[in-house]
Write a protein that binds this ligand. Structure first.
Ligand code: V47
Length: 390
């Protein structure tokens, strides 16, 4: 069942050799999913041992008004005044976050629609208000698509936008808006926002200014494996450049499984668990210069994210109270997970739960599951089974 190419690729991985586009494509097509997962797991354990990361984060979308009309999006409203369109004033945004943030929250993650009617000062004011209301929470705000939009709309360079936002309190960029970089796909699913090259240029500039950023890939819609490979290789190339410069860099890569509810591609079926695991594993093997790989439980479900911790991933993102982009496209997604939920999910995967901050500083290390604990779980499950049978 294993392909002929797989052994040669395994040898390259074990020798620390970089994989080519052809290797990456062969891995996406590899029939032996478990062998692929085991190889990605080797790399994951070399980098992180048994550690698996999560954080306590809160999400906020201050406006869902967005002039762009991405086919995959179930969140955006084209214009202010449309049913369901929401734009919070800065005080209302802070008020909305107060119910989600406590003294243990280490990150606020803010992303928005591309609203043509707000002044740039609104975003500066928002950052200053976040810093003053929640000084303990790192501000990871605005996707590269938003930064590119700000530059065009307010007639500034990307660097000027970033410098003003950093002065107002911006601390890192999330990885959203990357979708699929290749123009064959991007022009069909996201034709009126930053191109792939423009997305990359914003991250390059952010890294040069010393910011850490993340990167995502929206997969499981109309793209081919070759488009995914192209996406991964462009990110690897960006990271090579940024590492050479030695300032900021990509910290984590997050594959995002497409969800079809309520958007322009709702006839598509969405991804399967096997594709989610395969995509994690190939990402781990190809992105040899990116430290962390997130199995984002919101997109893949907590159960698949948990298994993902043995397919290359070392992070499950965080408590995420509470996001609206995915919940608009997947009504079944839970709103947030507690720290206890995340610790249990990681422990039962046989990993050590590490609570981190946005920059991967360790906040708390939770003990791994004791063997005794696992036996207790087994006894409990057997007990339950016996009750059902008897
Ligand atoms: O940019 C939108 C995606 C992203 C759908 O940086 C969809 O740590 C699936 O970027 N189906 C926002 N995906 C989420 C995001 C993110 C998530 C977790 C961690 C980080 C990080 C960033 O969600 C968007 C878009 O690519 N998205 N609609 C949909 N229907």
């Amino acid at each position: 069942m294993r392909s002929a190419a797989f052994n040669a690729i395994s040898d390259k991985v074990r020798a620390g050799e970089r994989l080519t586009a052809g290797d990456a494509l062969a891995l996406f097509e590899e029939p032996d999913l478990l062998a692929l997962g085991a190889l990605a797991n080797e790399v994951r354990e070399q980098k992180h041992g048994d550690r698996a990361y999560f954080n306590r984060n809160a999400r906020l979308e201050v406006t869902n008004v967005c002039y762009a009309s991405c086919n995959f999006c179930s969140f955006a409203k084209l214009e202010e005044g449309m049913p369901g369109a929401v734009t919070l004033t800065v005080p209302r945004a802070i008020e909305a976050l107060r119910s989600k943030v406590d003294e243990h929250t280490t990150e606020v993650h803010v992303v928005n629609g591309l609203h043509p009617g707000l002044p740039f000062e609104y975003y500066e004011e928002l950052l200053r208000a976040l810093a003053s209301a929640f000084p303990h929470a790192h501000r990871k705000c605005f996707t590269a698509v938003e930064i590119h939009f700000f530059a065009q709309h307010y007639r500034m360079s990307v660097r000027q936008v970033l410098e003003r936002l950093i002065a107002a309190g911006l601390q890192s960029l999330p990885g959203g808006g990357a979708e699929i970089f290749h123009p064959e796909v991007r022009t069909r699913i996201a034709h009126d926002k930053a191109t792939g090259d423009e997305w990359i240029a914003v991250h390059r500039e952010s890294h040069a200014l010393g910011l850490m950023t993340n990167a995502t890939m929206l997969y499981g819609h109309i793209e081919t494996f070759a488009h995914r490979v192209d996406h991964l290789l462009r990110l690897r190339e960006l990271q090579d450049e940024s590492l050479k410069l030695g300032k900021g860099r990509l910290q984590a890569f997050i594959p995002l499984a497409f969800h079809p509810d309520g958007n322009g591609m709702q006839k598509l079926p969405g991804t399967t668990g096997v594709d989610d695991l395969r995509t994690l594993a190939v990402s781990r093997l190809v992105l040899d210069n990116v430290e962390h790989l997130k199995a984002y439980w919101v997109s893949s479900t907590p159960k698949v994210a948990q298994i993902g911790l043995s397919f290359g991933a070392d992070d499950v993102d965080g408590t995420i109270v509470s996001e609206t982009i995915y919940s608009a496209a997947n009504k079944k997604a839970p709103e947030g997970l507690t720290v206890d939920d995340l610790v249990r999910l990681i422990r039962e995967a046989g990993r050590i739960p590490i609570e981190r901050d946005t920059l991967y500083n360790v906040v708390a290390e939770h003990p791994r599951a004791a063997l005794e604990g696992q036996f207790k779980v087994r006894e409990r499950l057997q007990g339950r089974h016996l009750q059902v049978v008897s």
